[in-house]
Design a protein around this ligand. Structure first.
Ligand code: AMP
Length: 411
């Protein structure tokens, strides 16, 4: 299906290594995993992401189920995570809850490099604190994951999108400026002037960017709460020596952000260059029916991370998965090989044998193809003498082993 893809065995192995790194980093930062359903009531996303956003207005996989209820396949992870947080009373008053997730998301976008209809995100949410330290932590988590995977050449872009106190007045100011040049804007931006003027500044269209080059920016019109918060975030990043760029035009495609918004981009990604994005959402929990609680989070795309790994030729695959290939040459030795493989597997050692009655040569070829670390060849003669040669494939070194004890003593 258009915009979806299979993750084939070789690639899946790489995914597992990357997932392992994600789990480790999340544990270090003390985030706990949450797994929410793919299907949610449509209203959840309309209320959180915003009716006017691209995601809700034209990209969601929404349908009526057999009982007529409108359901949606989640387009992102924050709304579901917060719904679960509220429904399961995960946040006690005065406490901080740190959650993370990893899983498939669905958006009916125009497929292109780095843009799929089923893609995977990992992300984290911290609910219950206004501390700017947490905004910075949300940037550090994906940066740390990139670092551990060996990904270089990323950029951190930071902005503040204000709050319900300072944004409305700025929005009007910007709108008044945009109306003056409206007819010259791209059709997409033109449609956004009235409802979502901030997104016009975020337009990728070159003409739009030139026309809006000297327009007022939100970061210069912050209130007395948002302004010191933004300064503190910058100070913390400087203290940690994390390079960043202030991008006054950065507005993320989701309506729920307040104060900090950020993106991590990679030059190795082409036009869809965002690896991760996130920000603060101090009103969202209340908006979704929970007790008011400030929050902050990020989400990153797995497929884009994989694209960068490939581009930077980073090899993070797991080592050889198959420890031993047991070759049997006749029916009796094939039975021995099968039983021994089962006994090794029960001890936690990966083992394989032949199920196609292949020749010795063909079995050896198969063992090579499977990158087996060891090969043991057993025929009538070996069964009779009770000993066979074990070969280490990388070195070619051979040693004689006793068959009767092999399953219990190997490695
Ligand atoms: P967002 O949820 O839109 O803030 O996106 C967060 C991250 O998810 C992006 O930086 C991308 O890495 C990834 N992402 C978003 N949409 C897609 C998509 N259609 N295909 C692949 N990755 C995506």
């Amino acid at each position: 299906m258009k915009g979806t893809r299979d993750i084939l065995p070789d690639e899946a192995e790489l995914w597992r290594t990357v997932e392992q790194t994600i789990h480790e980093v999340m544990r270090n930062f003390n985030y706990r995993e949450i797994r929410t359903p793919v299907l949610e009531q449509t209203e959840l996303f309309a209320r959180s992401i915003g009716e006017l956003t691209d995601i809700v207005s034209k990209e969601m996989y929404t349908f009526a189920d057999r009982s007529g209820e409108s359901v949606t396949m989640r387009p992102e992870g924050t709304a579901s995570t917060l719904r679960a947080f509220i429904q399961n009373n995960l946040g006690e008053q005065g406490s901080l809850t740190k959650l993370y997730y990893l899983g498939p998301m669905f958006r009916q976008e125009r497929p292109q490099a780095g843009r799929l209809r089923q893609f995977h995100q990992f992300g984290a949410e911290a609910v219950g604190s206004m501390a700017p330290e947490l905004d910075v932590e949300m940037m550090l988590v994906p940066l740390d994951i990139c670092n551990r995977l060996g990904i270089s050449k990323t950029s951190l872009l930071v902005n503040s999108v204000g709050c319900q106190r300072c944004r409305p007045a700025y929005k009007e100011l910007l709108k008044a400026e945009l109306i003056k040049i409206r007819t010259k804007l791209s059709p997409e931006s033109r449609a956004r002037v009235d409802q979502n003027p901030l997104r016009v500044l975020d337009s990728k269209d070159e003409g739009d960017r030139k026309l809006t080059a000297s327009m007022p920016l939100m970061k210069d019109h912050l209130c007395d709460e948002c302004s010191p918060h933004f300064s503190r975030v910058q100070d913390l990043l400087k203290a940690l020596r994390i390079p960043f760029v202030i991008d006054g035009r950065l507005v993320r495609g989701l309506d729920y952000y307040t104060k900090t918004a950020f993106e991590i981009t990679s030059r190795d990604l082409g036009s869809q260059d965002a690896l991760a994005g996130g920000g603060r959402y101090d009103l969202l929990v209340e908006e979704l029916g929970g007790k008011p609680a400030p929050g902050v989070g990020f989400a990153a795309g797995m497929e884009r991370l994989m694209m960068v790994l490939e581009k930077q030729e980073i090899k993070t695959a797991l080592g050889s998965a198959l420890k031993i290939f047991l070759i049997g040459l006749d029916s009796e030795s094939r039975s021995w090989a099968f039983e021994t493989a089962c006994a090794l597997r029960a001890r936690g050692i990966s083992a394989e044998t032949d199920y196609l009655e292949r020749s010795l040569k063909a079995q050896l070829r198969e063992a090579n193809r499977q990158k087996a670390e060891y090969v043991l060849v057993v025929g009538g003669q070996e069964l009779q003498s009770g000993a066979a040669k074990l070969k280490e494939m990388a070195t070619g070194k051979e040693s004689v082993v006793a068959l009767s004890t092999f399953a219990h003593t190997f490695i």
